[in-house]
Ligand binder design. Structure first.
Ligand code: SF4
Length: 64
């Protein structure tokens, strides 16, 4: 099981997470990230981890 969340107060809208895994990291009209579905399917977990690693604001939390 993996769950992902984005702290919208930390997010600065760099979109790096989105560029790595747009299936999970969504971007609103102001370019800030949000999560539509917090349960991450197994096939996307590596991508989601990489997206979290490249976030310069450490705004992404993973629960595994
Ligand atoms: S990489 Fe981090 S700061 Fe940038 S949009 Fe994604 S969550 Fe926000």
């Amino acid at each position: 099981m993996m769950k992902v969340s984005v702290n919208r107060e930390k997010c600065q809208g760099h979109n790096r997470c989105y560029m790595i895994c747009p299936q999970v990291y969504k971007v609103d009209a102001d370019t800030y990230a949000y999560i539509e579905e917090e349960d991450v399917p197994e096939a996307l977990r590596d991508q989601v981890r990489r997206g979290a690693e490249v976030c310069p604001e450490k705004a992404i939390t993973l629960i595994e």
